[in-house]
Design a protein around this ligand. Structure first.
Ligand code: ATP
Ligand code: MG
Length: 379
């Protein structure tokens, strides 16, 4: 399907034509898959993890050999919900393969049997699993792994926003999964996550069970020149142009951060009539427009924050990048009580993902929010 605007800003994957670069990362991920390695994929939010997984799954070598499944655990809060999503993801494609395929699942994943109902009118089995019907999530998870292992085709399971499992009340989920993952001979995994603070302890600490069991892949920004070629191609295909200066300005504003660059290009593309060029003059009005669209939500978010956190967030936005340990001079400049208050406020902002950490340096996670704060509260 050809989209009206080639700069996709949803998490939907529409094929390689709309996917910029990532050649190296795609090769690493597909090589891992083809060589029986589990992968842990980490990046800042909105850098392109989910897109990369979809792109790797779309490569012929993967598509032709494996059954691929993806679950996004972001909104899940318990093992039951994870099992629910996984079961639904597996069942989805089986439906089009008819009753036999579904029965294959059913005969192994017995604990979910109540989820299958015989439709009185059509005489067909319908899968109508409700979350409340997952009564023995551990048992169901075990059966799901048994099913994948015995299905006759090797499988890849991507668990997106994997760090979420650390929040499940059932405490032992990571150990449980490790047990299954290690036993699998025909099923491989991609664990993706955004919060470095959670992904790293989950995978790097020797005391944690996943230690050493995965091959790591970190996603940084797409290189500027590759992104420029991608942007130019799409403008050109529609009889439009984008000046190199305009592109470089956008890339620089957001340090190449994928979603923000995509969002700007998407808007700029819409603003440029065929036969015309998007020049640097367009960039500021497009940015102002996006900031205006976000303003209400940004204001609302600020209004719910404690004073010390709000001040610190504004300070981080004004400075762009701020070290974790702040000085008295910094506190004075931004009307913060003391370095220790600032430090605990920073911890809270980090917990809430309002700031991101790169090494020891913090910045506002949502780059548009950061720019808006700078506009509103800058000198
Ligand atoms: N290589 C790419 N080329 C073009 N667009 C991309 C690329 N990678 C990601 N995108 C786009 O950037 C946005 C963010 O990508 P994606 O959702 O994959 O990031 P993510 O790291 O999974 O984010 P989150 O942390 O929110 O889960 C999406 O709109 C996606 O379509
Ligand atoms: Mg994602």
């Amino acid at each position: 399907m050809k989209p009206n605007n080639p700069f996709i800003i949803t998490s939907e994957y529409l094929g390689s034509a709309y996917f910029c670069d990532r050649e190296f990362e795609t090769k690493v991920l597909t090589d891992n898959i083809l060589n029986g390695r589990n992968t842990v994929l980490v990046s800042d939010r909105r850098m392109g993890k989910s897109g990369l997984i979809a792109h790797a799954f779309d490569q012929a070598a993967v598509r032709e050999t494996f059954r691929t499944f993806s679950v996004d655990l972001y909104a899940t809060t318990s093992l039951s919900e994870m099992v629910f999503l996984l079961a639904k993801e597996i069942i989805g494609p089986l439906k089009s393969h008819g009753k036999k395929a579904l029965e294959g699942f059913w005969s192994v994943v017995k604990s979910l049997r109540p989820g299958f109902k015989l439709d009185a009118v059509s005489g067909q089995f319908v899968f109508d699993l409700a979350l409340g019907e997952i009564r023995l999530p551990q048992e169901s998870l075990k059966e799901i792994f048994q099913y994948l292992e015995g299905s006759g085709t090797p499988c890849i399971v991507a668990m997106d926003e994997f760090q979420q499992i650390a929040e499940y009340p059932e405490g032992n989920v990571i150990e449980l999964l490790r047990g299954y993952v290690q036993k699998c001979k025909h099923t491989w995994f991609v664990f993706a996550g955004s919060k470095r603070r959670m992904m790293e302890p989950l995978f790097n600490s020797p005391s944690e069970p996943f230690y050493m069991s995965c091959s790591p892949l970190y996603l940084e920004a797409i290189p500027q020149e590759a992104y420029l070629r991608f942007a130019s191609r799409h403008f050109n295909e529609a009889g439009k142009r984008i000046s190199h200066e305009a592109f470089r300005r956008i890339y620089g504003l957001f340090e190449g951060h994928t979603w923000y660059v995509q969002r700007m290009l998407n808007e700029l593309y819409a603003w440029t009539p065929p036969g015309e060029a998007a020049t640097e003059d367009f960039v500021q009005p497009v940015l102002d427009h996006l900031l205006k669209l976000g303003a209400r939500a940004f204001r609302e978010q600020l209004s719910t924050m404690a004073e010390s956190q709000k001040r610190l967030l504004i300070a981080v936005a004004r400075e762009g990048k701020v070290p974790g340990v702040t000085s008295y001079a910094f506190c004075k400049k931004h009307a913060l009580k003391s370095p220790s208050t600032a430090q605990s406020a920073m911890r809270s902002l980090y917990e809430k993902e309002l700031v991101t950490r790169d090494g020891t340096v913090y910045s506002v996670t949502n780059r548009l929010f950061g720019l808006w704060l700078r506009n509103e509260y800058g000198e």
